[in-house]
Structure formats: C-alpha cells, structure tokens
Design a protein around this ligand. Sequence first.
Ligand code: BG6
Length: 503
Amino acid sequence: MTTAEKDHPQTGPFLGVIFGASGDLAKRKLMPAIFNLSRDGLLDSSFAILGVSRKEMTDEAFRKKIIADMEELAPGELTESMKEKLIPHFFYMSGDVTQAETYERLKARMSEINQQCGTGGNAFFYLATAPTLFSPVIHALGNEGLIAETSDYWRRVVIEKPFGHDLGSAQQLNADIQRELGEDQIYRIDHYLGKETVQNIAVLRFANGMFQPFWSNLYIDHVQVTVAETLGVEGRGGYYEHAGALRDMIPNHILQLLSLIAMEMPLSFGADDMRNEQVKVLRAIRPLEGEDVTRNVIRGQYGPGTIDEKKLAAYRDEENVNPESLTETYVAMRLAIDNQRWAGVPFYLRTGKRLAERVTEIVVEFKKPPFTPFRETTVESLEPNQLIIRIQPDEGISLRFVTKVPGTLLELDEVDMEFRYADYFGRAPATGYDRLLYDCIRGEATLFRRADMVEAGWRAIAGIQAEWEVNPESLTDYSSGSWGPAEADALLSRDGRQWRVYV
Ligand code: BG6
C-alpha cells in the first residue's frame, strides 16, 4: 500500500466481479459488506459490482433481488437515498463458468462497465463458487487475458475456503493458480481473520508491554481454544459429509487463532512480516502420527439431544447425510509447538457442532505461583490465573485472578476483570467480510492466507487425516446439547487439567 493510499481511507475505483452471485454467500455476506462499506463512505464513487451466475436475470432483476435480500437481512437499514445512490452500481451477467464463451462475454461486459462507471480497469474476481471451479475459472480468466495486470490497473482474485482437502490437493491448487497469478494477486479468505476480536489478538500481545514478559513456557501452563457451535450442519450435509469438523475448522480458522496467539513479534503489521511469523509457528507444530493420533485426538459425532428445549435429530438423520456416516462433527486435540518459547506448553483445541453453547474463546492459563505464603487459607485449592479472549459472541477479554474476600478473616476467591467491546465501543464488531473486501480492494494482504500458510495448516493435520483413513471407526457419539464426548475431558484430565466450564 502506498502512503497516499494509507492517508486516504477510500478505496480507488474498481469493478468487483462476483462468481456465484445468486448464492447464499453473496446474499448473506458479500452484498451486505458492499453496502456497509458504502454507508461508511469507504468506497470510491467510481465502483461497480458485476454478479455472474448460471441463473438468467437482467440487471434490473438482480438489483431488485439485492434490495429484497437486504430488506430481509437488515430490515429498515436500507434508506431510499442509499438505494438510489447504490443500486446503479450493480450489474449482472448470466453464464456458465465452464464455457469459454462466458469469458468472452465477460470481457466485453467488463469493458462496457469500465466505460460507464470509470472503474479504471481495476478489478477483483471473487470466487464464491464450488471449490472444484477455482482452478478452471482462474485458467479461463487467464486465457481471456482478464487477470493480467498493467502499470495502469490491478487485477486480483479472492478465493473462498475450502482451499484443498488435504496437503496434496492444496499444493496442487496453489501450483495451478500460481501459473496464472502472482502470489500478490491471490487473496485466500479465512473469514476468522476479518473478525475484530481475532485482529485484536495481535494488538493485545504486541501493543501492551505488560503481557510480553509472561508470554512463554516460563509462565504459561497451557492454552485452550474452543470453537463451539449450537448449530448442526444446517442443510450443508452434502458438503459436510466430505469435510467433517477437522477439515472444516482446524487447518484454517483454529490454526489462524493459534498462530496469532503463539507467533513471535513481527517486524511490522505489514503482510509479509505478519505472515512470515505466522507461518513459522504453524511449521513448528509437532506432526501427530499413528499411535500419537489415537492418544491426542478425539473425534465425535452428534447423536440426538435437546438444545433450548428443542428436540434435535442425530447427524446421521440429517438431510444428505449417510445413515451410517463416519464423519466427525466434533474434534478435540492436544498439540505441541516445537520451539523455544512453547516447548512443554500443550495447546488444546476443540470444535464441534450441536454443542451446549455457541462460544469461541481462547483461554491462556498461567502457571500457579511456585510458592504462596497462604498455608492456612483456601489458596491451595484456587484455580490458576487465566486470560480469556472471547472471540464471539459478547466479544471481550477477561482476566481471572485471586483476591481477598472483604472481612476479618483471610479468605481468598477468584474474580474476573472484564472488558466487553459493547461497553466501550457501543456497537457490535463487524462480521468480517467488510474489512476483508476493503483490504483486498486496497491491496492489503495481511489478513489473507499466503500459499505457505495454507500448506502449513494442512501439513499440521496430515498425520491425523492419514490415521483416520485407515481407522475410520475411531468415532464416539455425543448427545446434541452436551459439551462433546467424555473422551475429550479425559484428554485434559489425564494431564491434570480441565476445559473451561461454561454455565
Ligand atoms: C465455516 C464453516 O467456515 O465457519 C462452518 O464451514 C462453520 O461449518 C463456520 O459453522 C463458523 O463460522 P462463525 O463465523 O459462525 O464462527
């Protein structure tokens, strides 16, 4: 990013081409993000969005659909003046992305819109499509000369997850798209990196002197990352059957959280400096193989149960799910990071669907003091200090420590010192896509995954995938509405630890 761009918060002129424009992601995340950026005055007035999908639609029908979607998702937010101002920026083209003629028409349409809206030739292509189309679409764009940059304009491609389904396929996909694109043109999305609270992990660690001396195996006992969802697979059975909780959440979202917690201090928050440090720590994760997988990784699948007094079906009874499915909807694991800072500190990760509560949290648990002069008190039985980073919902940070209970006797208890985003900043943090789209348009890649990061994520779980392939039966049931299989509790209790308890 140039200094001029930094000083000027608005994007420059651009055209955003969205493949998969009639799909759910475009409706729920991308279009609202464009509206939010425009409302916040962050878009240049010379911008346009061109939706592409198979469905036959005119520009007019597409514009009507966008308004209807917005009204459904955020009733009352879209004022008449916003509609008038924004809607002429939206265009639509129907086309089959597997056909070469679609790209000829796309080229013509892009240059027409460029003339009409003055987008300066700058364009990003957003692949909100099935992952099998990532490579073919990029090659077709390349064949039509649509992703070649000149000194006058930029061209970028945004790729959704999943980026491959294992290390080999991710390496193949990287090699394939790098034949058409420079790495600096590729923006691999991980929507967790767009979350305010996730970005704040690095700020918390590196902008506050007080945490730095404690941030290592000298003072930290272990780290827990919990990403618990109450939702099930919600009609995505077809996708989820092939993904499972491990692929769906660990090599991307959860390892991103881990990398931010465990990375060394970067030279700057610039894309290269940040990502160089993140990838180093991902590469330091000790690979688990064979027996170690059985000892350190638990996989579960939800059975029937109740959440909020609602009776819920088992995973195997969900739509598009094999009634004998061996796909996991829960995974918990114990990882080690082999470097000087973290040697001996376990990182416990867990994620699952249909759990008791929706919560994403990181718990950094400190070691107990080696000696305390409170022999006659309850201090021996008190829990250790914890720094809790609440990613969602009710975003915030809290610090748990021991204090004296007021009174004549020396009695001690644990208390929480809490910071809640809502108390300080009054508004809910954005969902993430606003920030990510804005950054992509400005050429700022810090919050996107670089090729080596994606591969390091897959490499970290490759041994687990291999073990499960030969031993797919290693699956335990848990009831919907519970906290997952009992084996996941045992994973910590055998180390004398326990998962943070939510009430
Ligand atoms: C997606 C996964 O990437 O992240 C979903 O495919 C999961 O299965 C979702 O539910 C969780 O995202 P969030 O933002 O709701 O925590």
